[in-house]
Design a protein around this ligand. Structure first.
Ligand code: SF4
Length: 339
């Protein structure tokens, strides 16, 4: 669970019962409490170097009211982003949010979940009779703040009653207990982002290790949720095949209980943009992430900008490995893609 060093409250957030409750909760904790006129202008987070700014941002919570209820699109995996949380307390060196959230990536939560879900209902109605899918982790990992907000549980219960709405989110965290005994109606898919144990240890600071994530996935599986795994980013290094094999083997021992609800897999090989590389080097100057352009192939992606991916032959190796290993260990699983 996220334990911030400082918490900013947008003044309007205190008019909501959950905002007031959070304020009372943090008043009794050893944290710095501050107020803000608007959550869009957060000043006062210290940090004079990129590293300090990043680390202090990651220790900061902002409690606000989500006023813009225009949900961004979330193609190709879902129709819309569901804005429940922004940012994450983890410090993964290759985090996709590093280039999106500014130099102080504070964590923002919203107290007006009812208004957010009302908007969700409108969007579902607009697309009926089609099913509309909402992604809850497009700009965050929503699990570490769930014990504070209960927002995911409320959202999952909301979607359980939506015949034409589906919810999904992905996490590397393990605070899932409050989600286990609620009605989900098979309408929420929970995906765990996993990697080989050495990769997690080297690059995913501030996140639970592989055994803890597998344990959390087992709980979600036993609670009957549709379950998925994102294996990303996959690296080729000495012993990579053994390490990823061990990871899948441990996972197979824990999940795969219900043959009618097999897990889904998404596999993404490591890739980077020059912008991401420069941000990563600012924050983690000693990073060991392999980012040498001469070892990679430049490839334009579906969103029009280029990335440095592994050369064809290595990507084929990765594809071959997971295409063979996943069905062997999870006979009923489906693989959505391996890229
Ligand atoms: S857990 Fe996910 S969202 Fe959080 S820092 Fe790591 S990659 Fe980013």
């Amino acid at each position: 669970m996220f334990k911030p060093k400082r918490v900013f409250f947008e003044l309007d957030a205190l008019d909501y019962p959950s905002g007031k409750q959070l304020f009372d909760y943090f008043s009794k904790k050893d944290v710095e409490l501050l107020t803000l006129k608007t959550h869009n202008r957060v000043t006062g987070i210290p940090g004079s170097t990129p590293q300090e700014a990043y680390l202090e941002g990651k220790k900061t919570l902002v409690v606000g009211v989500r006023k813009t209820l225009n949900f961004a699109s979330c193609k190709p995996s879902a129709h819309y982003q569901l804005p429940l949380v922004t940012s994450c307390m983890g410090k993964c060196q290759y985090c996709y949010l590093n280039t999106q959230l500014g130099k102080k990536p504070y964590i923002r939560i919203y107290v007006n979940i009812k208004e957010i879900l009302n908007k969700t209902t409108k969007l579902i109605k607009e697309r009926q009779p089609e099913v509309t899918v909402f992604e809850g982790a497009a700009t965050s990992d929503p699990i570490p703040v769930e014990p504070l907000t209960g927002t995911l549980a409320e959202t999952i219960k909301y979607f359980a009653n939506q015949s034409l709405g589906r919810f999904r989110f992905v996490t590397k965290f393990t605070d899932v207990d409050s989600l286990l005994n609620i009605k989900h109606g098979d309408h929420t898919t929970i995906r765990f982002s996993i990697n080989s144990a050495p990769i997690i240890k080297t690059f995913e600071q501030g996140t639970p290790r592989l055994p803890a994530r597998i344990k959390a996935a087992k709980k979600i599986d036993e609670a009957g949720y549709p379950l998925g795994f994102i294996i990303a980013p996959v690296f080729i290094y000495k012993d990579w095949e053994k390490d990823y094999h061990d990871m899948l083997k441990e996972l197979a021992k824990a999940v795969n209980l219900d043959p009618n609800k097999p897990p889904r897999f998404e596999v993404i090989s490591h890739r980077y943009t020059l912008r991401a590389k420069s941000t990563i080097l600012d924050i983690f100057p000693d990073t060991k992430i392999p980012m040498k352009e001469e070892d990679r192939q430049f490839k334009y992606g579906q969103f029009g900008y280029g990335k440095y991916v592994y050369p064809n032959e290595k990507r084929k190796q990765i594809k071959g490995f997971f295409t063979k290993e996943i069905p062997e260990l999870f006979p009923n699983a489906s693989i959505d893609y391996i890229i």
